[in-house]
Design a protein around this ligand. Structure first.
Ligand SMILES: Cc1cc2nc3c(=O)[nH]c(=O)nc-3n(C[C@H](O)[C@H](O)[C@H](O)COP(=O)(O)OP(=O)(O)OC[C@H]3O[C@@H](n4cnc5c(N)ncnc54)[C@H](O)[C@@H]3O)c2cc1C
Length: 236
């Protein structure tokens, strides 16, 4: 009895969400080698992110009543297309969804939200993240003009992926090897080697929550005020 009531509520909730979904189509899927990083080109004809001021995210339906956020690394307003980068090295509905997607599949999304991350006027914008924030950091790179103001470090655990990052993108972001589980020690070591000035540097921290929280603490300990640290945790 209880199960059937629960199933009914679930079905109703599913219908409610489904009626609010927008859809798009997969144009291409590229699996990096090894295949734990998935690059997905999407056509989203109903999306209106041409005027974005902050870096957006798209809340995709990845399973029944299950939604996950992924970040377009840019947006082509003429063709309504974008690319997302999914870190799919772990077990999870989002990871599974990305691994199974193929050309011409239909994708559904609930909304396009904003992360409140936009480049501020300063001489050095430093981005720090992990594999899950690749799309976000590439989007930030595109928004920072002139691009000489932009630099940063991106934790990428797999050595082949680090090489591919250089091969696939022109980016001042430096792939950094992960020596600790969440990557914050590796990134902090890397930051200290760069000798950024205390006055003009604004940091953007994105990726797993432990990395973001610990990096923020470490940067504050280094003397950077809160206003110079923009942090957004993605997962824990
Ligand atoms: C605003 C925003 C934008 C995001 N953009 C992106 C993006 O562009 N690309 C992207 O890959 N992710 C992105 N994420 C993160 C993504 O939505 C989460 O990682 C999501 O939880 C993964 O879902 P899942 O169903 O695969 O795993 P979950 O069911 O959430 O988690 C299952 C298990 O896997 C672990 N886990 C979750 N994510 C990871 C990971 N990346 N690496 C290792 N272990 C993990 C969890 O700790 C948990 O133990 C974004 C998150 C936010 C909030």
């Amino acid at each position: 009895m209880e199960t059937s009531t629960f199933q009914k509520i679930k079905r109703r909730a599913g219908k409610l969400f489904d009626s609010r979904l927008q859809s798009g189509r997969v144009l291409e899927v590229r699996h990096w080698n090894p295949t734990t990083l998935v690059e997905i080109d999407l056509h989203l004809p109903l999306a209106d992110i041409a005027q974005w001021h902050d870096i957006p995210y798209i809340k995709f339906k990845v399973d029944d009543l299950t939604f996950r956020d992924y970040t377009p690394s840019g947006w082509d307003a003429e063709t309504c297309t974008c690319t997302i980068y999914v870190d799919a090295a772990h077990q999870g509905p989002g990871s599974k969804w990305a691994q199974q997607l193929k050309k011409d599949d239909v994708v559904s999304y609930l909304k396009i939200g904003s992360t409140n991350h936009r480049p501020v006027a300063t001489s050095a914008v430093v981005a720090l993240g992990d594999e899950s924030s690749m799309g976000h950091l590439l989007a930030l790179q595109k928004m920072v003009l002139p691009n000489t103001r932009f630099s940063g470090g991106l934790i990428i655990g797999n050595e082949d992926h680090r090489k591919l990052f250089h091969e696939y993108f022109w980016s001042p972001l430096e792939p950094v090897a992960r020596k600790d589980v969440f990557g914050h020690h590796s990134l902090m070591e890397w930051v200290l080697e760069q000798q950024y000035s205390l006055e003009n540097t604004v940091f953007y921290l994105v990726g797993n929550n432990t990395m973001v929280t610990q990096l923020r603490k470490l940067l504050k300990h280094q003397g950077y005020p809160s206003a110079q640290i923009k942090a957004h945790g993605f997962w824990s």
